[in-house]
Ligand binder design. Structure first.
Ligand code: TNX
Length: 510
């Protein structure tokens, strides 16, 4: 018998051994209207059956074969749910609307074909997330992705119980969000991207649309404006704010890996090098800019976090870097938001103590990256884990892949994406210090939604399990063998949803 294709694996799954629930056109999702609409969409994507939801008090008509009752009953842990399927019907009870949404996602993963048509096996499930923050990042700066493409990624991530979309909105290659306070950013610095491909940007209304679309799927948007490095595009719009590009040893190593030369000041950049740009750190005009940008971003963003970058400032003097991130984090905190930075900023003594650190070193830390990550925790804040050699979705999945990079010990197999335990990455950073797990997708080599799917899937499912499911060792299902069996059965659902996943040969797809 094949295992239930549940990813991320719930905290508790009990197969009752009873007869399954048979799905047909008369099956009726009832109860909570939003959840009923979502379940109807998923059943149709998986089976082609067009069930008709009866939200609100509709109740099941006498002819209904079976009802799937969807309800919120406050009480349990945030985002948790209980699910029961038997021959005569099913119920999903969420502790809140998010929990109900996640229960519906689990129910959709359970649907399978059998000789009678489509069925859901008789089960009892109780489930709650391990970590409060479960993120995916999309880099819309190296290549721009329009609103429909980002909506598609939100749907995909929400289906795996991710609840945060980190949007990397700016980088050397382009600025992707219109801001009224600094209109030249999109007028002069949004038209370029990697490889000479077209650029683009979101209007404020488009950004609000993405925030609302994500919220309806229980995801927050975490916008990142990367500073003080990765800011060559700022100099195209406001030359007085930017240093001239610098060339460093480390940068040359990366350039020789990926090709390309750093740009001249004032020239749009379409290469892959990093670390050559910086805002002018000892100039007050820079902090007026930071205040304008984050002030406007805060007013557009209901979520609690604003990410200010802080990575790879390879040509910047460490004292200057520290002074910059200290002031920028204070500006964000004064706006009532929690600052987030990449882990490098942890080394800065004056960093705002609430700042959350995002760790992108390896599953086994090198080069003192564990020290900088621990500094966030010493100040009393938490970290988000994005170990690059496991969950950087832009690493090549195989050596012969056309898409992806390799610098983080790539290619990265599905197995390597799966086999790591968050609480074991950094000595001194335990369960309570970890806000969550995030899987970034940088887009130097990624140009289309199909490219996004091919790099993200199936490895994004491994990251989802690290973020949601019990710790390795706390559940006998948290093994590579179990995961590869469960993810194999998701091919039908993913096909139905139009997800063009990479059919990695490590998995015996069914
Ligand atoms: C490193 S790790 C970056 C990005 C690149 C990425 C490519 C980190 C915070 N920054 O600038 O796009 O590698 O994998």
């Amino acid at each position: 018998m094949s295992p239930l294709s549940l990813v991320p694996i719930p905290s508790s799954v009990h197969e009752t051994g009873g007869a399954p629930l048979v799905l047909d056109e008369r099956t009726r999702p009832t109860g909570d209207a939003d959840a009923a609409r979502e379940l109807t969409r998923l059943i149709e994507a998986r089976t082609g059956l067009r069930t008709r939801e009866l939200g609100g008090d509709g109740g099941a008509p006498a002819t209904a074969a079976s009802a799937i009752d969807l309800r919120v009953e406050p009480g349990g842990a945030a985002e948790s749910y209980r699910l029961r399927v038997a021959e005569d019907g099913a119920t999903v009870v969420g502790a809140d609307a998010a929990g109900l949404f996640y229960g519906v996602q689990t129910l959709a993963q359970l649907i399978e074909p059998d000789t009678e048509g489509w069925v859901i096996p008789a089960v009892e499930i109780e489930d709650a997330p391990r970590f409060a923050y479960r993120g995916v990042m999309l880099d819309v700066a190296r290549h721009f992705f329009d609103v429909p493409a980002v909506r598609g990624y939100i749907d995909r991530a929400a289906g795996l119980k991710f609840n945060a979309l980190h949007l990397h909105l700016t980088d050397d290659q382009g600025w992707r969000l219109h801001l009224d306070s600094r209109p030249a950013l999109t007028e002069r610095a949004s038209g370029s991207s990697v490889g000479g491909d077209p650029g683009g940007f979101y209007t404020k209304d488009e950004y609000r649309d993405l925030v609302a679309y994500a919220a309806a799927r229980h995801m927050i948007v975490v916008p990142e404006i990367d500073m003080p490095g990765h800011t060559h595009a700022v100099g195209l719009a406001y030359p007085e704010l930017a240093e001239d590009p610098v060339v460093t040893e480390h940068m040359l190593e990366i350039v020789s890996d990926y090709g390309g030369e750093p740009p001249a000041a004032g020239e749009a950049y379409d290469g892959l090098a990093v670390g050559f740009s910086s805002l002018r750190i000892n100039d007050e005009a820079t902090y007026d800019f930071v205040a304008d940008v984050f002030g406007e971003l805060a007013s557009l963003t209901p979520g609690p976090y604003l990410h200010l970058g802080g990575d790879e400032c390879l040509g910047t003097d460490p004292a200057d870097f520290a002074a910059f991130v200290a002031r920028a984090s204070a500006i964000v905190a004064d706006l009532g938001k929690t600052p987030v930075t990449w882990h490098e900023a942890g080394a800065a003594g004056g960093l705002h103590p609430d700042t959350v650190g995002q760790y992108w070193g390896g599953v086994t830390p090198t080069d003192g990256m564990d020290d900088t990550a621990r500094a966030f925790v010493s100040r009393g804040a938490q970290v988000i884990l994005s170990p690059a050699d496991a969950v950087y979705l832009d690493m090549k999945p195989r050596a012969d892949s056309d898409l992806g990079l390799t610098w983080a010990n790539g290619p990265t197999s599905v197995r390597r994406a799966y086999e790591w335990e968050p609480a074991d990455v950094i000595d001194g950073i335990g369960e309570a210090d970890i806000l969550g797990v995030e899987a970034p997708l940088w887009t130097e080599t990624v140009r289309t939604p199909a490219d996004i799917d091919a790099l993200a899937f199936p490895r994004i499912a491994a990251a989802a399990e690290a973020a949601w499911s019990p710790a390795t060792g706390a559940s006998d299902q948290r093994t590579w063998e179990s995961f590869r069996g469960r993810v194999a059965g998701l091919a039908g659902l993913w096909d139905g949803l139009g997800i063009r996943f990479d059919a990695a040969d490590e998995i015996d797809w069914v």
